[in-house]
Design a protein around this ligand. Structure first.
Ligand SMILES: [Zn+2]
Length: 565
């Protein structure tokens, strides 16, 4: 039967205007069988918050048609392909800090993985985002892990405040992911260090973590064969020369007696993290008590692989197939335990491929950052131009050829103003630099609102700015400039951290058994996740706590944001 679009519209209008009540009556029982009304349904017993480190919306778009396991299940839920880590400093620590706090770095304090305070006593003046500055044993390189620098609570902490019986558990290969998703009050938190999982200073390794470590040690001793290459990896399986090596064809064979880093930088790291998460579910009976629990699982392998060999080779293709399988394993195991869980999956930031492969593949402007932009080099040039030198330490502190840069604390008053002016002049007109702002510029910029896709670069930088922690100057690189001047193939060739959407845009997927799915392509933010989950849990949170908004996950006329009583 063929009908014109106009006649279809007319029918639809009639249906809505005249016969809607009868239709609703007929439709209700069928709809209820597959999709219980979100508003009336009790909240889940377990919030499973999954963060896939470096899973850009670009990778998600590239691979989603091939997912058959864990991801395929999530694709049946509420799918937001354009989630935004809306801030400028798109790194792991800030990214993880937004997911369960609902607060952007400008207010939660996690402005970068590392920042500097030129006034502090330690020689490198560097502060790591998840260290305990009050512990004299802590250094930026060997931090005593803590959430002290995070200025706001996480969802798990808010739930514990509402009911202390809630357990708040987090696992990852990275300490900063555990700390930023779990927060200050973590009942169990484990991350990988050296050759196994470890936990907070003064705590014992739980039996689940001991078992995970024994399994990892056995795997390293025995070795493992290359991983299967999915047929759809196709032309990505091709060597690309970078520096003195090449990337693009590695299959993750684990030689007998391999170093632990070969396990860490492989899909098997996610497998080990999922195994530990499930071990903790059993040990702590998560999602099986009278009150809901939170389990944060941050899977880091995609990021390690992206850094080591880039995002467009066979390695990332294998990784995404293995990730799909590992997620499937996690969900199936929770199903088998009859746990009513709600999943949110997102990423701490996106990523971009190595410039050598980008140049081969239709992006001729891709390049590595100029070494002249390194803070030490900038400091030397400023001294040459102004005659101003630091009595001790470098003139300019910074974590690489972009981001927050700080003037040595011995330089004050008019001399400091002169150094800042010279730093701005040196960087602003560099052909690889998109924008440069002083702390005063950003302090005077209103906090952005509205669609994060449309924010100006200055607004993106504002969402990463906190006066007491940010640099005297913030340098932001152009699109497709990789801030790794000297690549190390197999270790460090590609990265993220920019203001561009390949680094800011990440998928956000919600799923719960029985939920009616939908896809909403319009941009949302990762700070919307916490308010959305709070509403699902019926957790009342005061106005102004979150930077984000509650997302209505009811695909129909109901509104899951209105369940908070
Ligand atoms: Zn990374």
């Amino acid at each position: 039967m063929r009908r014109t679009f106009a006649s279809l519209l007319a029918t639809a209008a009639l249906g809505l205007a005249i016969v809607a009540p009868a239709q609703a009556q007929e439709a209700a029982p069928a709809a209820a069988a597959t999709a219980p009304a979100q508003v009336d349904r009790p909240g889940p017993q377990l919030v499973l918050a999954v963060s896939i480190d470096q899973l850009s919306s670009d990778l998600f778009a590239q691979y989603r048609e091939h997912f058959t396991d864990g991801f395929a299940r999530l694709l049946g839920g509420a799918v937001f392909p354009s989630g935004y880590q809306s801030h400028a400093a798109t790194e792991t620590c800030p990214g993880h800090s937004t997911i369960l706090t609902g607060v952007r770095p400008a207010r939660n304090g996690i402005i970068a993985n590392n920042w500097f305070d030129p006034r502090i006593a330690r020689a490198d003046k560097k502060i790591y985002c998840s260290e305990d500055l009050s512990d004299p044993a802590s250094t930026s390189r060997e931090p005593v892990v803590s959430a002290n620098l995070l200025k706001v609570p996480t969802l798990g902490e808010m739930m514990k405040r509402a009911n202390p019986a809630t357990r708040n558990v987090a696992v990852s290969a990275k300490d900063r992911a555990v700390v930023m998703m779990g927060g200050h009050q973590i009942d169990a938190g484990y991350w990988w260090k050296g050759s196994g999982f470890t936990t907070f200073k003064g705590r014992e390794l739980s039996p689940a973590a001991q078992r995970a470590n024994a399994a990892a040690a056995a795997l390293l001793a025995k070795g493992a064969p290359a991983l299967k290459v999915p047929v759809w990896c196709g032309a990505r399986d091709r060597a690309v020369a970078i520096g003195n090596g090449s990337v693009g064809t590695f299959r993750f064979a684990l030689p007998k007696g391999a170093k632990p880093d070969m396990l860490r930088v492989s899909p098997r790291m996610d497998g080990a993290t999922v195994d530990l998460a499930l071990g903790l579910v059993d040990q702590l009976k998560l999602g099986q008590g009278a009150v809901p629990d939170v389990l944060s699982v941050s899977l880091s392998a995609s990021d390690y692989i992206g850094h080591a060999v880039g995002t467009e080779g066979v390695e990332m293709c294998i990784q995404l197939a293995e990730l799909d399988r590992n997620l499937g394993r996690l969900f199936t195991a929770l199903d088998a335990r009859k746990i009513d869980y709600m999943v949110v999956l997102t990423a701490d930031h996106g990523g971009h491929d190595a410039p050598e492969r980008l140049r081969q593949q239709a992006l001729p402007g891709a390049a590595r950052a100029d070494k002249a932009l390194m803070p030490a080099a900038l400091g030397v040039e400023i001294t040459r131009r102004t005659g101003i030198a630091a009595p001790q330490g470098p003139l300019i502190y910074g974590d690489g050829p972009f981001g927050d840069m700080y003037v040595n604390a011995a330089i004050t008053g008019e001399a400091k103003a002169k150094v800042v002016r010279e730093l701005v002049n040196l960087t602003r007109y560099h052909p690889q630099v998109a924008a440069v702002y002083t702390a005063a510029d950003l302090a005077a910029t209103p906090m952005p609102t509205g669609n994060p896709q449309d924010w100006t670069i200055r607004e993106r930088a504002r969402a990463s700015f906190m006066a007491e922690r940010s640099g005297d100057v913030v340098v932001l690189l152009d699109r497709a400039i990789t801030p790794i001047p000297e690549p190390m193939p197999g270790a460090y060739v590609a990265t993220h951290g920019s203001v561009w959407d390949y680094d800011r845009r990440v998928p956000i997927l919600f799923w719960r058994k029985g939920m009616a799915g939908f896809e909403q392509p319009n941009p949302i933010e990762t700070v919307d996740i916490a308010p959305t989950l709070a509403a699902q849990l019926g957790l009342k949170v005061s106005d102004g706590v979150f930077d984000g908004r509650c997302l209505d996950l009811d695909a129909g006329a109901g509104n899951s944001c209105e369940r908070v009583k």
